[in-house]
Design a protein around this ligand. Structure first.
Ligand SMILES: N[C@@H](CCC(=O)N[C@@H](CS)C(=O)NCC(=O)O)C(=O)O
Length: 329
């Protein structure tokens, strides 16, 4: 049977209709400025509260995360690296893509969805109910819902004497510098690429992303961690984005100009970070791929989850370097 090509007028009409529909659907994913650049909406409970008086008392606080969310991943990492399980319970919510919200696996404080918990805590009606968040059982209240502030709080949380300080004083300037740059150009940067409404908005975000990765590559050729000899919150911020790169962001958001094997210092850094105690348990590649490819309908209407490399092959020896191992840094 011979398939007939559709007539040009039909193709033109379908393109225009699809472009209009696509822009409507993208508005549901997030706002854009007049130039078509994605602008992440502000989080509720975004201030950094002081350390609560009952911090460190078991049973009082709960960290709520979702497996696929990179912002939640950074909080989960600090919780894990600092060994906070004895005093902060971890609750993992599940996505409900049809309703576009997070659900508790079992009722939590009588709530079945995260949105209910936000409302009960006094969030403005219509505000987003996002992960991660830290909840106080004694106050019956969300304490903080913005990951950048939350990881600072978790770094000050009472912990065992050998728990790492992820804001080492001698590296504070470099840590702050990297955190600020990563937040905009890398952590949010991949979303700015994927959610761009036009070519120019994408080109700007993509250039800024790879500029920062090139700078990180240079830095990591000289030092084991981004802001110096000690691990810091800067490394914690970079990891959730880079560990999702080949599995989700390169194929879905179009950030494939330099595959990570072409940035060998970053590749080795990623493997080193992944080998830290407790980190592997925070990585859930199947959930990442299912949630991103399944839920971001306007970017991937078929919902088909493409095959991908095993995570284990992304955290071993760098393929671009013929079995190269860590240089003495
Ligand atoms: N600025 C927030 C962003 C968190 C965020 O956007 N989380 C997403 C998942 S990756 C979410 O929960 N979205 C639910 C919604 O927007 O309704 C933070 O860093 O904590």
């Amino acid at each position: 049977m011979v398939a007939l090509a559709p007539p040009p007028w039909l193709v033109r009409g379908a393109r225009a209709a699809w472009q209009w529909q696509w822009l409507q659907l993208m508005a549901g994913l997030g706002p854009a400025d007049a130039g078509g650049r994605y602008r992440r909406p502000a989080a509720a409970f975004s201030h950094c509260p002081p350390l609560p008086d009952d911090a460190g008392i078991p049973g009082r606080h709960v960290l709520i995360v979702g497996r696929s969310c990179p912002w939640a991943h950074r909080a989960w990492l600090v919780w894990s690296l600092r060994g906070l399980a004895p005093t902060i319970e971890l609750v993992v919510v599940e996505p409900d893509p049809a309703a576009g919200r997070w659900r508790f696996p079992a009722p939590f404080e009588s709530c079945s969805t995260l949105a209910e918990l936000y409302q009960r805590s006094g969030a403005a009606p219509g505000s987003r109910a996002t992960v991660p968040l830290l909840y106080s059982r004694s106050q019956g209240q969300v304490l903080v819902g913005e990951s950048a502030r939350l990881i600072e709080l978790l770094n000050r949380w009472p912990a065992a004497p050998d728990a790492p300080d992820l804001e080492p004083a001698a590296q504070q300037g470099a840590t702050d510098h990297w955190r600020e740059r990563l937040q905009h150009t890398v952590n949010d940067g991949v979303y700015r690429c994927g959610f761009a409404r036009n070519q120019q908005a994408y080109d700007e975000a993509e250039a800024a992303l790879f500029d920062t990765l090139a700078a990180a590559e240079e830095t990591l050729a000289q030092a084991p961690w981004l802001s110096g000899p000690q691990l810091s919150l800067a490394d914690v911020q970079l990891f959730p984005t880079l560990i999702r790169l080949e599995l989700v962001y390169a194929p879905l958001f179009g950030v494939s100009r330099r595959p990570l094997w072409q940035l060998p210092a970053l590749w080795r850094w990623r493997s080193r970070f992944h080998d830290l105690p407790g980190v592997a348990a925070t990585c859930c590649p199947e959930a990442w791929r299912r949630d991103y490819f399944g839920a971001l309908f306007p970017l991937h209407p078929s919902g088909i989850i493409p095959a991908a490399p095993e995570l284990a092959t992304l955290v071993g020896i760098c393929p671009g370097r013929g079995g190269d191992v860590d240089p003495p840094i």
